[in-house]
Design a protein around this ligand. Sequence first.
Ligand SMILES: [Zn+2]
Length: 797
Amino acid sequence: MMAPLAVLCYAWLAGIVAGPSLRPSPAGSLLVMAGAVPLAILIRPRPRLSLAFVALAVFLLAALRNAPTVEGVPENDVSKYNGAGLLAVVGVVEESPALRDALANVRVRVESVEIGDRAVPVKGSVLVRASRYSEGAIGDRVRVEGRLEEPQPFDGFDYPRYLAGRGIHSIMRFPSLARVGHDDRYLALTLIDDLRDRLARSLSSALPEPQAALSTGLLVGLRADLPPDLLDAFNRSGTSHLLAISGYNTSLVVVYLLTFATPLLGRRRGAVLALVGVVFFCVLTGAAPSAVRATIMAGLSMVAILAGRQNHAGLGLLLAAALMTVVQPQVIGDIGFQLSFAATAALISFGTGRNEFLTASVARLGAGKAGWIGGPLQPLTQATLVTVLASMATLPLVAYHFGTAPLAGLVANLLVDVVVGPILGLSALVAVFGAVWPGLASVVSGLDWVPLSYMIAVVRWSAALPLAAVTVPPMPGWVLWLFLGAGGLVWWVSADRSRLAHLRVAWFWVRAGAGSTHVSGRVVLGLVTGVVVVWTAVLAQPDGRLHVFFLDVGQGDAIFIRGPAGKVLIDGGPSPQRLLSQLGRTMPFWDRRIDYLVLTHAHADHLTGLVEVLERFEVRGVVEGSSKGNDAAYQKWEELVGQNGQQRIAAEPGLRLRLGDQSDLTVISAPSSSGTPGSASNEESLALRLSAPAVSVLLLGDLETDGQNYLLASGAVAASTILKVPHHGSQNSLSQELLRVTAPRLAVISVGADNRFGHPAPSTLEQLAKVQTLRTDQRGTIELVTDGQVYWVRSER
Ligand SMILES: [Zn+2]
């Protein structure tokens, strides 16, 4: 007979699922419960029947708990003011802002609305879309001035409904946001947020992109900086569950802690430490439903260890799910929760004696004898089985929710699972060392970079496979239930053994995570890592030449120059994410240093990315003209420059940055500003000349024709081999006289595909008809290599 507690858990979960469609009447249900419970006590001598009555009562209770209440926007909600024109709201930032490249989504719990000089107290939350660099950390009281709008659906996504599910009925785009105080009730969250931020920062200063973003996603659940195309590859290849903090990561944390703490502290204290550690990990990573479920399960296992009882993993899973739905019934509809529940159920079934049935079947299919499974290939075959099981259990759910069946998932998960454990362990070391001892962090980061790069390569490769993700037509809910029911039946039928699982399950996952339990396997893994690191180092050795990369950062400028004696980045483009990804491809992984940053002028399409470089790289000096911006990114830039001992160098004509024995970058003009802060104009752009020595590049930022003519009149312009076309090739961006004097052999236009300005203008392309012209929107990043006498050009596409 099934354990009574398990039966009650099933009854509760069934009630939660049935609640919304059953809509039981409270009076009737109470009446039935009032009858069922005394009856159950009366017929105690017949335990099965008695249990059935209790289960009925529990089922009804759960159905009542999850019966829908009248939906709608609460009275006095801030959304009453949607469309009411310019106003200000004052409230507290209640979640750590979600970063999306150059933007941040800030959730503000509103306290009052100010219209004119009237302040009205209101309730509810507003989603504020602000700059990544604007103020507003968790717990800050902010005043936001702008227009409240109703959320709109986009790309077939029901955004209003999604936000309503999170209690938000209003959004505000690009308001002016100012911090006016702090709410001390958020102290604990503020501290956790700080810590998470600090760990993420050490990872992002020690690793290039996208490896840094991936390790941050895996370790602390922040995935904001993952490039969209990589995120898409994770989805298509069926490996996106790795990015959600779930049972897998949590059990790895438990096992790491138990492994290190038990020999030092003993079994009981070790378990206490693991319990504390895993709760901390859950909170640190933002407490997503899948992570909470895993933490409750891990907690139950630890309690079982403390009580000296064997851990019942299956019961633990049921209890965890039941407890969570007691607190928050809607969690049953959360995709992450469902996926992690299904995958864990499959894994537990494998750990509980059912595996004999499964391994025997596989052995029959495979080599024909069971001994093969237990032989030297055991870890591999077990890992295969686990992956197959977890994928099979989650496939119907993924197909139902996302309309695709990620068939590549099987292959991808098999190849990727082996590195998750090492990545988590190494990333934790990098993150912690980075905060206390950056030198050591950079050593460990090399070891971390190898499995991270491997994971990225596998995910991209498997996402590109034909039939990687098959589109599934929308299916009604009952098909999903049929699938799940069939799966449950198989599970139930194979359950002829006890449900004991102890920590074997967790141990087993780690063994799968470590790739192999055999020493020889570890040696091979170590050797491969070593060879990769050494070869990468050899291949990335300086070649004594000058490299100029016109980075493909979208609509903006970012030019990275690497000479034998120095590295300079001129402008950073509009997107931190794209700039960092491009630098990650261009620079070797251990190189976290750029000698000089040059800001031609303070417009967002030149500045925004640079701010993030200042945060993540070691920079010696910053060169800028007199141009001043007034947006949040510029304020952050002003705050950061000089903070880590960088020199702030005022650009003047004649200023020379040395890149090698015969190559340097010279400022040829630095127009003075109009004087008003915030009125940065294109005509304030610095003009720069790179000479090496028979090959030269003229870089004029966004200088327009007036500025160009002024520059010509001053005699500062000479013939140049290569011209970076000013101002993204806009209309009238190129003075005919400038083109005549410079007589370039190659023109490069830094421009974003399908940009809203229509750059480059046909008239400018017409002017350049006789010059070879390369565009970053067509060719991707364009690299120019020169030995000082001749040059070569290569491009991404
Ligand atoms: Zn520009």
